[in-house]
Design a protein around this ligand. Sequence first.
Ligand SMILES: [Mg+2]
Length: 219
Amino acid sequence: MTDKVFISDFDGTMTGNEFYKLAASHLLPTNALDPWRAYLEGRVTHFAALQTIFAHISAPEHKILELLGAMDPDPDLAGSVERLRSAGWDVVVASAGCEWYIQRILAMAGTELTVHANPGEYMPGGPLRMQAPEDSPFYSLETGVDKAAVVRFHQQRATAVAFAGDGFTDLPAALLVRPALRFAHGDLAHALDRRDERYRPFAVWTDVVNTLLDPGEGP
Ligand SMILES: [Mg+2]
């Protein structure tokens, strides 16, 4: 029984790279990120942008698995998860990406976690078909998975909830946790800076784990 829950974004937070960018740069034509631009301009949802990008992937499965190897997960991912668990923390992944690649990368890193992400399947030769988790209690039209709803769910049950992320879609979830348990870098850190909201910066995921285990002076 754990009473502390660390909810983590996946792409760019547990890994150095983001799957949609790797797929676009290695497997897709130059206009592959047009859907992403449409999302940034507010013309389509975050979910629709990723779904469209993934729907254009055409490659044998071994090519995709090679790409997963290039996602650069935290080198101490499995060890860090174990250290957290020993200290009474549960780790939960909340991602607006696709569960298909997240589960594979976690397995490659030698760990197993609860994952709230958009379900999907890699068809033989492609593409990656991502679906909206419409039956999930955490379903959101905008991102597929509502990370803030995952945080709220655990806040009703746990004594402490921490959150770490790196992107704009992480902002609502990050704002729900107190600054000492709010970890950010990249676009999320910039978004928090603009709102004058405090947080703990991190470089790699294991930095977050080290801070949770030895908090010291918080923001
Ligand atoms: Mg991210």
